[in-house]
Write a protein of this length. Structure first.
Length: 400
């Protein structure tokens, strides 16, 4: 009973962090339950779809996976398809103050790992897998060249400044190549922050006081009683605007809320600028596209979604003077993109495109819906090993 209480406590503590990290890995298809209330792919997680897995996750994470990891059992399981792709969103930089942490469980920082944790995970990959260069993965996609057994590709989304200042040195010291996906903002001298992260800071500082009425309204939307829900609702509604209109609206919110003066860690929040992007590429890292402005693509009009995808490729190619052959969908789960976005990525001339979830809809493998293992701040090494082996994804499919 004591062990069950401990697992239950862990589950409650981790649920807040998993809301941001999961955001509905598979579509709820409008199923009306007490958890989603007919959310119609609104980005909540579906209680029926995930409740079974969430109930057993603490047991798997804190008992089963450590036991399997200790005896080496996970090292003998072949990843699905014979390869795996692991995805990061940066590391916690050295100048990131605890005072900037917020939201029971530190919602936005839940995607960042500590440099020492990253190092241990990279060392694990070198010991148990064959880490491949992005160009080798490209040759496999485009030319059918064979990958080594237990191949793994390392990727990182968003292009935060800490990927250059704090993550790159770890990658270099471990001899690990990485495929970095950046937005079109990093093709400028002053890229600023990811707009949805800035919006969260602004909404914490002061209520929007009517500025939300300027945004498109979602059908059947029900008011959220918590700050996270209100913020995510604004992110979804603002994603329905084109990038110019969204930037203008964000300017009004910035003026109304007084800006983000309380943000002290530039490495944590700012995106790399064009000079820093070139430095990342010159360090031997591969650069992919991640849209122009990181909206929820499924909520953009078709022409706006096409522009976000196609022009990000063009802009990065222009400033780097090299081919950009791959794309990663913002947020990258079935509540934020779908078959239309898959078709648009193909149309834009990419060779492949990546999700941010470990499995996609059933059907034949699609090079424009490649799964990835999303590493978070709470990912333990045994859990990391279970994800890498494909065991966790197989269990998810079994309970789903």
């Amino acid at each position: 009973m004591d062990r069950f209480r401990r697992y239950s406590s862990i589950a409650r503590r981790e649920t807040i962090q998993q809301i941001w990290m999961v955001k509905l890995e598979s579509p709820c298809r409008g199923l009306r339950t007490s958890g989603c209330k007919g959310c119609k792919l609104r980005g909540c997680y579906n209680v029926i779809r995930l409740s079974s897995m969430r109930l057993v996750s603490p047991l798997l994470k804190h008992a089963v996976y450590p036991a399997l990891h200790q005896i080496g059992w996970l090292d003998h399981i072949m990843p699905p398809g014979g390869y795996a792709v692991v995805n990061y969103h940066g590391v916690v930089p050295s100048d990131h103050s605890v005072a900037e942490n917020f939201l029971d469980g530190n919602l936005l920082d839940a995607n960042l790992v500590r440099p020492e944790i990253l190092r241990r995970q990279l060392q694990f990959l070198k010991a148990h897998y064959n880490v491949v260069r992005p160009e080798d993965f490209r040759a496999w996609i485009e030319q059918g060249r064979q990958l080594p057994p237990r191949a793994v590709l390392v990727t990182c989304d968003d292009g935060l400044l800490n990927t250059l200042t704090d993550m790159l040195p770890v990658l270099q010291s471990e001899g690990i190549p990485c495929l970095f996906f950046v937005t079109g903002a990093s093709c400028s001298d002053k890229p600023g922050m990811l707009w949805y992260e800035e919006l969260y800071h602004l909404m914490r500082a002061r209520p929007l006081d009517g500025l939300d009425i300027q945004l498109p309204v979602e059908e059947d939307e029900e008011p959220s009683g918590n700050s996270q829900g209100r913020w995510w609702s604004m992110v979804r509604r603002a994603s329905r605007l084109d990038a110019t209109a969204r930037a203008e609206w964000m300017g009004q919110v910035r003026s109304h809320c007084g800006g983000t003066q309380n943000i002290h860690s530039e490495k944590r929040w700012r995106l790399v600028n064009v000079t820093e992007l070139r430095a990342l590429a010159e360090a031997g890292m591969t650069i992919g596209a991640h849209t122009l402005s990181h909206p929820v693509l499924s909520l953009c009009g078709e022409e706006e979604a096409r522009r976000e995808i196609r022009e990000s490729k063009n802009d990065i190619e222009r400033v780097l003077g090299r081919s950009v052959w791959t794309f990663a969908y913002p947020f990258g789960n079935a509540s934020t993109m779908g078959e239309r976005e898959v078709a648009l990525a193909r149309e834009a001339g990419f060779s492949c495109a990546f999700l941010n979830v470990e499995h996609w809809r059933t059907g034949p493998a699609n090079p424009f819906a490649l799964p990835r293992i999303h590493v978070t701040a709470n990912t333990t090494l045994p859990e990391f090993a279970a994800h890498m082996s494909g065991l966790h994804a197989r269990l998810q499919r079994a309970v789903g």
